[in-house]
Design a protein around this ligand. Structure first.
Ligand SMILES: [Ca+2]
Ligand SMILES: [Ca+2]
Length: 123
């Protein structure tokens, strides 16, 4: 009987640790931003936002790109990473920095002779 009780206790401790781990991780977490079928996804580091990958997923001749802002950046001058290889199933990655993580980003489509179309900013 004593053994069973101990097992339950360690299970309870495990659950508590798992919960607090989840709480810590939720301060920052990766995000996926869709614009039509094109998308950008952040990944890497403790934040899940060390880098961003732009993925063109529409066979329309319009390249997809991500605009993104890092912690140290001015909001008005976002960086850009473009998937210049078209909808070939291969995404293009930005550089990676976990300390200077990505605070917000959006996915855009480069449309010739027209203003580019973008998703809303995602934070
Ligand atoms: Ca496209
Ligand atoms: Ca591509």
């Amino acid at each position: 009987m004593k053994r069973t009780k101990m097992r339950l206790t360690s299970a309870a401790i495990g659950a508590t640790i798992a919960l607090s781990g989840a709480t810590t991780a939720s301060a920052y977490s990766y995000f996926v931003i869709y614009h039509g079928n094109d998308y950008s996804i952040t990944y890497g580091g403790n934040t899940g936002r060390a880098a961003i990958s732009a993925c063109d997923n529409e066979l329309d001749g319009n390249e997809a790109y991500a605009l993104y802002v890092r912690k140290s950046d001015s909001y008005n001058s976002p960086r850009r990473v473009e998937d210049g290889t078209g909808a070939d199933g291969v995404c293009v990655d930005s550089g990676s920095s976990d300390s200077n993580y990505i605070t917000n980003a959006k996915t855009c489509e480069n449309i010739a002779f027209y203003p580019d179309a973008c998703s809303p900013w995602r934070f």
